[in-house]
Design a binder for this molecule. Sequence first.
Ligand SMILES: Cc1ncc(COP(=O)(O)O)c(C=O)c1O
Length: 429
Amino acid sequence: MKYCLMTKEQLVKEKEQLLISYDNLKSKHLKLDMSRGKPNSDQLDITAKVFKNIDCYSKRIYKDNFDIGNYGLFSGITEAKELFAELLDGNPEDIIIGGNSSLNLMYDMFSQLMMSGNQDSVRPWCKEEKIRFLCPSPGYDRHFAICEHFNIEMITIPMNEDGPDMDMVEAAVKDDDTVKGIWCVPVYSNPDGYSYKATTLERLAKMQTKAKDFRIFWDNAYFVHHLYSDKKDEIENMLSLCRQYHNDDRVYMFASTSKISFPGAGISAICTSKSNIQNIMDRMKIQTIGYDKINMLRHVIAFKDRDGVIKHMEKLAEVLRPKFEIVINTLDKEIKPLDIARWNTPLGGYFISFYAMEGCAKKIIELCKEAGVVLTSAGATYPYGKDPSDSNIRLAPTYPSDNELEQAIEVFVVCVKLATVIKMLGEIK
Ligand SMILES: Cc1ncc(COP(=O)(O)O)c(C=O)c1O
């Protein structure tokens, strides 16, 4: 029965029963973690098999006619650029291969912009009185952490099914040159799992920005992370689109193999315009002697080409699909009939975004924690850690075993019901 149709007496009774279930679950002393989007050990085992017998030492000279065991080839080996170019539907010349983390590349980019600006800046961003960034939300907490770290004011932009609210984005950038950029996770967004529609991409590529040095941080973290091989969200190359509208330098595209091979031991890439590449390389050559080319080669040998990556991702998806289904099926069965929350059913990525009744997210997460289930902290998906509706909860179903996940989601649904009943009873006069 829908909670909104229950009388006060029925709600009180429901609460009593839920408290019994909750105490039972607490007595199990569970220790489960659904907080971060990490691959599980079955996925890592599949990947380890692919990498197990790779020899990237005997032969070290390939297309660049250069011993990749040595210093040099600063922007990465050609074969790795070709691999990312194929995956991003771009050109190898537009790509720099980085180290083991795309987030690191993003942080370094911000750092450069703060210290020196880019080729279109009047002055370094740190010398501006105010810098502001558009943050489609809910979004990725670590993006927001970078802005906070550099004291960049964040403007929350609602995230819709087709991407950020573009009317708001266009209005924000048109006449205000303190707005210097926007964060975007265009495919299977973290946490909603939405993928931007073609019209959103086009509007972002062609919109008028007052700030000449405005940049889109295009974090394509989940670009080949499909759960179903017959239902894939795929988008156009944003750099090509920006070029079409003569805004060649507008976008820095980032990607990595963190959730294709090994998180923390993969390779990353920036794909951007010629002049941005030059601007970035001018800084990078001071910053590092070059990234790990042996690991680039290791990845190229492991996957060979786009097809190799896609086939590998299909194997990983076989492990992930049942986990997403455990969560979605349980929510459908236990929460849907009560009509107290909504959630997304993504076609890829690493998260399920759950929207509790307003004002309940903190309480749910607190109750889960007390019962031994750790979730991403409340508000984390919004700038400054503040969800104005206290509603969004990012569920990360990928890491626990299926059995652990079943237990964790059982706790979660009881906590959702309990927090909601407590809230509703508190509002009845
Ligand atoms: C949207 C997004 N970007 C970047 C990352 C981190 O990527 P990397 O491991 O390449 O630094 C994550 C990891 O969860 C993510 O969700």
